[in-house]
Structure formats: C-alpha cells, structure tokens
Design a binder for this molecule. Structure first.
Ligand code: ADP
Length: 364
C-alpha cells in the first residue's frame, strides 16, 4: 500500500475543530512537524500551556482522524507548549488510566540485556521496603522476564472477566504480559498493538491504591517506547546502562527520547559496573567503568548508583528470589535501597512542582 502523504494527514486534521471557536487545527496553523515513516505518523500540535487541558481530547480526536487514513499503522500526536522550558512548562500527566496510582516511573534502556528488568525489580522491592505501596508493571513485551525473576507463575485471575487481579510476591503487586501469553510463543508486535496492550495492563488491572508503580519498559528508543513515554502518565524515568561506550550511546538516545516528550529523567544507573573475582578478590572492569556517571554529568542528569556484575544477582533472579528481597543486608541490596531513596526523593520533588502548577479551583 502506498505511504500516506503529509497532505492527507493535514487533510484529516483540517476536519478537527480547535476548542473555543470554529476554526480547525490546520487553519489555525497549530499543526507542525508531520513525520511519516512506514505507516507510522507523528505530528505536533502547538499550543500554549494554558490550552493544554482543553486540547487533551482534541489531541485524541486528531489521532483518531489520522489513524482512519488508509495505510496508517500508528499515530502519535504531541501537544507542545513552549518546548524551550520543557520541565517547568510540563503539563501534569493525565491520571485517567489509573487514578489510584499516585506516581508512575519508567525504567528504560537503550538496548536489551543491560539489566533493566533486574534494576526494575530490585528498585521496586527497595521502594516497598520503605513502607510504600508498590506495583511493578512488566511492559517489556519483547521479553517479559519479571514473572520468572519474581518467582510468579500461572495466569492472573479475574472476578468479572474484565479486570485482572495483579499477582503478588514479596508484597509486590505485579502484572506482566508474560502472564498472558505462553513463554515460547513468539510475539510480533505492531505499533498500535503495543500501546493498546500497555494501556490494558494499566487500566484493566486492579492495581488498587499505589504510592508508586514501576514500569519496566521494552528496551530501545523506537516508536513503541516513544508512544509509551508519551501516553503513560510518567512522573519520571530511569535509564539503565552498562558502562561501555556503545551501551551509553544508546542510553543517551533514551535520555533524549524522554526529554523530547517532557518526561523528567531521574537519573542513570550503571549496571554490571565492575566485577570482583570471588576467588582472588581482584576487581576487573569487564565493560569498562564509570561511563554512566560521566554521561549523566555530561547530559545534566543524576547518577543513581552502580551495581557490579555479580553471580549472586543473576542466581537470585534466576530462582525467582531477587536479591533485595532474599538478602536485604547484602551490599548489592543496600545499593538498590540507596537508589530507591534517591528516586523517591526526586519523585516527591517533582510531585510538589506539579502540584504547584495545577491551577486550584476555589469555590466561593
Ligand atoms: P534487560 O531487562 O535489560 O534485558 P535483565 O535484567 O533481564 O536485562 O538481565 C539480563 C541477564 O543479566 C539476566 O540473566 C540477569 O539475571 C543478568 N544480570 C543483570 N544484571 C546483573 C548483574 N548486575 N550481575 C549479574 N547478572 C546480572
């Protein structure tokens, strides 16, 4: 099928009326940055920060209109309000997907196999150990490994056939796409399917009240991740990387991806940071060392700590007993606790900032 054209996209958007008048989005010159790639369409609707709320539903309508065009696989519309002052101007994320969840943070990585799930799980457990109500959503649709790492098996139950009950271990509520598909089923995900799967895992799960939901994102910085970073009401994101250049290059891409959609990056974690030989005690920097800290500094974000390459971490994950739960006094567990402290502190600061931006309605 022929690729959809910018003209067609603009044509569809010309049918959408902007709030507060009769003019459409195109007439008002609000549409910019139309990008079309293999049926995936992205565009920006330029607004002022004050218009953000009114334009929320319009943005959805605009996406729908473009999605209806032949040959369109996915549509991502971004509402921009003064990009240059990204974080200050960031609109509070819409909490409609899961209203009882106070905070959502994402754990991301530029590439697979760097320990994103390991960090997600241990960080979630360390947050739980602080007395918080914590959930863990395994959104890594390409390789959901959380069920195995948490020692959870079987399918989630549903009382009414619609809403799934999260599974629980170590007091951590968890939902994973891995619960719903057989382990050996190859999964091919097309753009729109990814987002609707994630939306369901957020919306159609009885998460209950949570202080924080940790989302283990699929690795990479492609369309799926970008859409997710935009649509899931994230308070912030954490990037996991190994120390060497190539991994950090991907981590940089991840960082830029979140910045592009105005999600604050809470910091970078260096996993597999070094190796202490259990026999001779000598330390080896297998994947080099310190790259994440340097990158964090260079990119103006925080360094959240380093976790060594250690067989106890891998073994604990393999048997479904993550180290932070199984051996809280282990130095690696303590590193995850320190990370959780930093993350929670940052989340609270961001929440306070967000609150200060929300206009209060005073009834007199
Ligand atoms: P990702 O989510 O980035 O794909 P995982 O967390 O699944 O990565 O980790 C990949 C593999 O590496 C797993 O077997 C995991 O147990 C192991 N692993 C992750 N971090 C460490 C570490 N610091 N030390 C030892 N093994 C690790």
């Amino acid at each position: 099928m022929a690729e959809v054209t910018e003209e067609q996209v603009r044509g569809a958007l010309a049918g959408i009326t902007a709030p507060g008048g009769d003019n459409d989005l195109v007439d008002l010159g609000l549409v910019s940055g139309v990008v079309i790639r293999n049926g995936n369409v992205g565009f920006t609707i330029e607004i002022t920060p004050e218009q953000a709320e009114a334009f929320g539903p319009v943005c959805k309508l605009a996406e729908k209109a473009v999605a209806a065009l032949p040959g369109v696989l996915s549509v991502t519309a971004v509402l921009t309000a003064e990009r240059s002052q990204q974080q200050q101007q960031r609109q509070p994320p819409t909490k409609e997907l899961i209203p009882d969840v106070r905070t959502i943070i994402a754990v991301a990585s530029g590439k697979g196999g760097v320990g994103k799930s390991t960090v997600s799980i241990n960080l979630a457990l360390a947050l739980l150990a602080r007395g918080l109500k914590v959930g863990l959503l395994d959104a890594d649709i390409y390789g959901p490994s959380i069920p195995k790492m948490l020692g959870i098996h079987g399918r989630p139950k549903s009382e009414d056939g619609n809403i799934l009950e999260p599974k629980k271990n170590y007091g951590l509520k968890c939902m994973s796409i891995g619960f719903l598909v057989a382990e050996d089923t190859p999964m091919i995900w097309r753009g729109p399917m990814v987002m609707s799967a994630i939306e369901q895992l957020l919306r159609d799960v009885n998460w209950g009240e949570l202080d924080i939901l940790v989302v283990d994102l699929p690795p990479g910085t492609g369309d799926a991740q970008l859409t997710m970073a935009q649509r899931v009401p994230l308070t912030g994101a954490i990037i996991v990387s190994t120390p060497q250049d190539i991994a950090l290059l991907d981590a940089r891409k991840g960082l830029n991806m979140f910045r592009k959609v105005d999600v604050p990056v809470l910091g970078i974690v260096e996993n597999m940071s070094y190796f202490n030989c259990p026999h001779c005690g000598e330390r080896t920097n297998i994947f080099s060392h310190g790259g994440a800290k340097a990158t964090a500094k260079e990119m103006g974000t925080d360094f959240l700590g380093e976790i060594p390459l250690d067989i106890t971490i891998r073994e604990a994950s393999d048997v479904g007993k993550p180290i932070t739960a199984a051996d809280p006094e282990n130095p690696h567990s303590k590193a995850f606790h320190a990370m959780a402290d930093q993350v929670w502190e940052k989340v609270q600061v961001l929440e306070a900032e967000e609150e200060a931006q929300v206009p209060k309605i005073v009834v007199q």
